[in-house]
Design a binder for this molecule. Structure first.
Ligand SMILES: *[C@@H]1O[C@H](CO)[C@@H](O)[C@H](O)[C@H]1NC(C)=O
Ligand SMILES: *[C@@H]1O[C@H](CO)[C@@H](O)[C@H](O)[C@H]1NC(C)=O
Length: 475
């Protein structure tokens, strides 16, 4: 209905004037960036609402008047958010004095008290004394930090990511990570015993799962502003392991959304969760593929997770089968993939390496610090660039990632720098095509503290039937 009204109004506006397109595109973004609050009121006098012939009660996005090169509003809603009211709104519509006392300047424009603009992650408000008063949050994309990293000799480089720009550090920690530290019982889980023979178990200097198992290692996904690395890292490791173990008969990219929406027992969805809970679900219930159950990043409040859209039933020997179509219109096959119980590896670097080389990528928990968000390339080590800053600039949270390999580099001074190659879940535009390298052997950011491997649950039958996927019709 609203849309219809908008279309009709657009037509009228097109007839009326050439600025219609601009006005419409601005109106839909009204609350995000009012042109007035960006440009400032440059003409505080004159008749606008008066010329329009009146004011509108409540919210009415049509209740506008052209104002300089933009529009201003004469509805009561304009007085409720960041002000985008016409200059004569207060006098003409409310019969009160305009709340302007001081004026502030920015880029040659005048702003009145109460008007705002956003500087990175901080809102600045023109105060009554004519000074800008800005919030003092630590920003996720802090230019001082980026420059300090790039000037220093840290072995890695930093970048400003537009998709993270404007967020506070606290929001980054709250929305971009999302793995709870495993409970003490889980942390005390026995590590598997690996008897490594120094002779026969010679490990190469460089190893990358994507090269040993081409086509079976899945690209990093993007969790967006959803704190569900617990689901992303688990789905990613299980996807790779099933592909490797089935020797490419099946190469499913398992659906993080299936876990986020359906594995809800003691799990927080986009507000964080536990990897042991995710593995439990993969073992007992199983999940479908990403094509079947696509990811839907939360638009506004990250808390909203969506109803579970997959149901399954047991078909014996612990195996399950979906009883519902995929929640999308293209109807991809709804086969369910399961895993065996995960096993914990020792914190010994060599044993982790051997496991990756023999069986494929592993899952690891790590502590993400403020400087990790700006990582662009190189071998990451938590830097000291924020050590002298107030505590609000130094924050960390728990995350989980997928380690796919390792390598080493020699510094110009001859020292050796060993690293892990790991996949993050912040999209392919972050880091080294979605991957990062991090120092190996020193438990950097606790990445060697809790490392997990798993087997897919694959039968002989799976090895045959999945050959013919494209020809089968699926329930
Ligand atoms: C609208 O503006 C008037 C005048 O400045 C102010 O007193 C009033 O509190 C504002 N109303 C709202 C809902 O913000
Ligand atoms: C970072 O990127 C944003 C937008 O993507 C830009 O507005 C800002 O000026 C950039 N900051 C630095 C320090 O380059």
């Amino acid at each position: 209905m609203r849309f219809l009204l908008l279309s009709v109004a657009t037509l009228l506006l097109v007839v009326e004037g050439s600025t219609a397109d601009r006005i419409l595109s601005r109106r839909t973004k009204r609350e995000l960036a009012s042109p007035l609050h960006v440009g400032g009121i440059r003409d505080p006098f004159g008749s606008y609402c008066q010329r329009r012939g009146g004011c509108c009660p409540g919210r009415d996005d049509m209740c506008t008047v052209p104002y300089l090169d933009t529009i201003c509003y004469c509805d009561l809603f304009c007085n409720r958010t960041v002000s985008d009211c016409c200059p004569d709104f207060w006098g003409h519509c409310l019969g009160v004095q305009p709340p302007f006392i001081g004026t502030c300047e920015r880029n040659g424009n005048r702003f009145f008290s109460g008007q705002t603009y956003k500087e990175n992650c901080n809102l600045c408000t023109c105060g009554t004394t004519g000074r800008w008063e800005c919030e003092q949050n630590a920003c996720l994309m802090d230019s001082d930090m980026i420059h300090a990293v790039n000037r220093g000799n840290y072995g890695w480089k930093a970048a400003n990511y537009s998709q993270l720009y404007g967020m506070t550090l606290e929001e980054g920690i709250r929305f971009r990570l999302g793995t709870q530290r495993p409970s003490r019982t889980i942390m005390n889980m026995n590590e598997i015993q690996m008897n490594m023979d120094p002779q026969s178990d010679r490990l190469p200097l460089y190893f990358n799962s994507a090269e040993k198992w081409p086509g079976k290692i899945h690209e990093p996904l993007d969790q967006g502003n959803c704190a569900a690395s617990w689901a992303f890292s688990t789905a990613a490791v299980a996807s790779d392991r099933i592909s490797i173990q089935s020797m490419g008969h099946m190469t499913p990219q398992l659906s993080p959304q299936n876990l986020i929406s359906c594995d809800t027992r003691n799990q927080g969805g986009c507000a964080g969760g536990r990897i042991d809970g995710a593995w439990w679900y993969l073992r007992r219930r199983g999940v479908v593929t990403e094509e079947c159950y696509p990811y839907q990043p939360p638009q506004q409040t990250p808390a909203d997770v969506g109803r579970c859209m997959m149901q399954s039933r047991s078909v014996g020997r612990g195996k399950r089968q979906a009883t519902q179509h995929c929640p999308n219109t293209h109807n991809y096959h709804n086969d369910i993939y399961q895993s065996t119980p995960p096993y914990r590896l020792s914190t010994n670097e060599k044993e982790i390496m051997k496991e990756i080389m023999d069986n494929g990528p592993v899952q690891a928990i790590m502590e993400v610090h403020e400087d990790f968000f700006v990582y662009k390339s190189g071998i990451y080590k938590h830097s000291d660039v924020s050590f002298t800053k107030p505590t609000q600039y130094r924050k960390h949270g728990t995350h989980s990632v997928r380690i796919i390999g390792w390598g080493e580099e020699r510094n110009y001074d001859g020292t050796l720098k060993k690293y892990w190659i790991a996949a993050n879940s912040w999209g392919k535009n972050w880091g080294e095509n979605g991957y990062f390298r991090i120092a190996r052997g020193d438990n950097e950011c606790e990445i060697e503290t809790f490392v997990v491997g798993v087997w897919g649950r694959i039968t002989m039958e799976d090895m045959h039937k999945h050959h013919h996927h494209h020809r089968r019709r699926h329930i």
